[in-house]
Design a protein around this ligand. Structure first.
Ligand code: ZN
Length: 439
C-alpha cells in the first residue's frame, strides 16, 4: 500500500492529462444525456446546440445551466426520477433523498458503478486525511436516505473498522466511542466542537478517556475556516487531525476533500468538472474569484448532471498543492441563500464565524439575524461570553463590532453578548442564520 496516496496515478496525474480525460468524459456524457434523457434533449434543442456542436470547452460552456428548482419542477412532472434519468430503471442501485423538501421527494438515483465511484473517491480523501487500517471510524451523520452513507463502505475498502453509528443520543455515542476505542468520527464541525465541550463539562478528560484523534467533517463550511479548526483543537487538543469532505445529494456524496495541508478541498477531477460563475449574470469568473459553484458529473450515467448550479458559493485554486496532488482545489464559502449584501458588500456567514471564533472572550456560539434596512440589509450578531472572561458584555460587543467591520467591511447593526448557554442549540447542523426579512 502506498503510504501517502490511495491512488497515486490518478491523484498526481499531470494537469494536461486530467484535462484530456475530462474532455473525453464530458463529450461522452453530453452525448449520453442528449440521447437518453428528455430533459437534456429539450433543453439543448431549445438553444439549438447538439453534442456534435461541442468542439471546444467554450462550446461546452454555452450549454444552459440549471438549478434545484428546475429539477424539482421536472420531478413533479416526471416522478419519481425525473426526465433527467438516462438509464433503464433496473440499472438503479442506490437512491438517496435530500432532506427538508415538500411535495415529491427529491430522489437521486445512482447506478452500481457510481456507488463504486463514490466509495473509491471517499476512500481517496479519507486516506489523504490519514485514515488507515488500524483506525476505528464512527460514521456519526444521519444515515437514512443520506447520500454520504455509501462513504462508510470506503472505510471497509481502507480496511479500518467502520461503525455504522448514524445519529445516536449523546450517552450512547459516548458509550460506543469509549467501548470500541473510536479514533475517527465523521460529523459536522459544530457537532464535533459541541460534543467536546459537553464532554469536558461532564467531567471527561478527552485525552485520557477517549482515543479520538481525528474528525472528518462535512455538511457545513466550518471545517475549512482556520478559526473553527483552532476552536476544535482548543477543545480536542493541539494534535487533533481535521479532515473534510464536500458533496451533495444531487451529484455525489463526496466530490472533493481535504488533504493534510487543508488549504481548500481537492476536487475529484477524474469524475467532476467544476466552474465558477457570477450568480447574477451566469458569466464564468476567473480562478480565485468567489462565485457560484457549477458542477458537471463526468461519470454519472444514471442521472447525468451537466452544468448544475449547486447554490454553493466558492472559488478555485489551481496552483500546485504542497501535498503533491495535482487536482484543483475548491474553497467553499457557503450557501448562496445564506450570503447577504450589506451596502454593496457580500457577507458570508462563514466570514462572521471566522471573526467570532478568533475572539478568546467568546465561546464560539453565534447566530446572525438579517434584517431589512431601507433599500439594503443589515445584520445583528448574537454571541455568548465565555464564562470566567474578564471583559464585560458591553466591552466584548464593542470589540466584536470593530473586528467585524475591519474584516468584513460591513459592520453589524448590533452585537448582542449573552451569558453562556443562552442561544438555542441544535443537535447536528447548527442554525446560524435567521433571515428576518422573509418573515
Ligand atoms: Zn493537497
Amino acid at each position: 500500500m502506498d503510504p501517502e496516496f490511495w491512488n497515486r496515478e490518478i491523484e498526481t496525474m499531470p494537469i494536461e492529462e486530467i484535462k484530456a480525460l475530462q474532455w473525453k468524459l464530458m463529450k461522452n456524457m453530453v452525448t449520453h444525456a442528449y440521447n437518453n434523457a428528455p430533459f437534456y434533449k429539450n433543453m439543448y434543442n431549445n438553444v439549438g446546440i447538439t453534442p456534435n456542436d461541442i468542439k471546444t470547452w467554450s462550446d461546452f460552456k454555452k450549454l444552459p445551466t440549471f438549478a434545484k428548482p428546475d429539477m424539482r419542477t421536472d420531478i413533479e412532472n416526471n416522478p419519481p426520477y425525473s426526465s433527467l434519468l438516462a438509464v433503464d430503471k433496473r440499472e438503479i442501485s442506490f437512491i438517496s433523498n435530500s432532506s427538508g423538501t415538500t411535495g415529491q421527494p427529491m430522489i437521486s438515483p445512482y447506478c452500481k458503478e457510481e456507488v463504486d465511484n463514490i466509495v473509491d473517491v471517499s476512500a481517496r480523501f479519507f486516506y489523504a486525511q490519514g485514515l488507515r487500517k488500524e483506525d476505528v471510524y464512527m460514521h456519526c451523520l444521519n444515515m437514512s436516505l443520506f447520500v454520504a452513507s455509501p462513504s462508510i463502505m470506503s472505510v471497509h475498502e481502507i480496511g479500518a473498522a467502520a461503525i455504522w453509528a448514524g445519529i445516536l443520543p449523546y450517552e450512547r455515542l459516548v458509550q460506543m466511542a469509549q467501548a470500541v476505542e473510536a479514533t475517527t468520527l465523521l460529523t459536522t464541525p459544530s457537532f464535533a466542537w459541541r460534543f467536546g465541550e459537553k464532554l469536558i463539562n461532564d467531567g471527561y478528560d478527552l485525552k485520557k478517556d477517549f482515543k479520538i484523534k481525528r474528525f472528518i467533517v462535512a455538511g457545513e463550511p466550518g471545517g475549512s475556516i482556520p478559526e473553527t479548526q483552532r476552536a476544535l483543537r482548543e477543545v480536542w487538543g493541539e494534535d487533533l487531525q481535521i479532515g473534510e469532505v464536500y458533496g451533495m445529494s444531487e451529484v455525489y456524496g463526496c466530490l472533493a476533500g481535504a488533504c493534510k495541508a487543508h488549504d481548500g478541498l481537492h476536487i475529484a477531477e477524474d469524475h467532476i468538472f467544476v466552474e465558477i460563475i457570477d450568480p447574477e449574470t451566469g458569466k464564468e469568473l476567473p480562478d480565485g474569484e468567489t462565485g457560484e459553484i457549477v458542477v458537471t458529473a463526468l461519470t454519472k450515467t444514471c442521472r447525468p448532471m451537466i452544468r448544475y448550479r449547486t447554490g454553493d458559493m466558492g472559488w478555485i485554486d489551481r496552483s500546485q498543492c504542497v501535498c503533491g496532488r495535482t487536482h484543483a482545489r475548491i474553497h467553499v464559502a457557503g450557501r448562496r441563500d445564506n450570503m447577504f449584501i450589506v451596502s454593496g458588500v457580500n457577507v458570508f456567514p462563514s466570514d462572521i464565524e471566522g471573526v467570532v471564533r478568533q475572539m478568546p472572550e467568546l465561546n464560539g456560539e453565534f447566530v446572525v439575524h438579517i434584517q431589512n434596512d431601507r433599500l439594503s440589509a443589515c445584520y445583528t450578531v448574537d454571541v455568548e461570553r465565555k464564562s470566567g472572561c474578564l471583559l464585560s458584555c458591553e466591552e466584548i460587543a464593542l470589540k466584536l463590532k470593530k473586528m467585524l467591520k475591519k474584516v468584513l467591511i460591513a459592520a453589524p447593526k448590533t452585537v448582542n453578548v449573552y451569558e453562556e448557554n443562552t442561544l438555542p442549540r441544535n443537535d447536528m447542523k447548527a442554525v446560524r442564520i435567521i433571515d428576518d426579512r422573509k418573515k
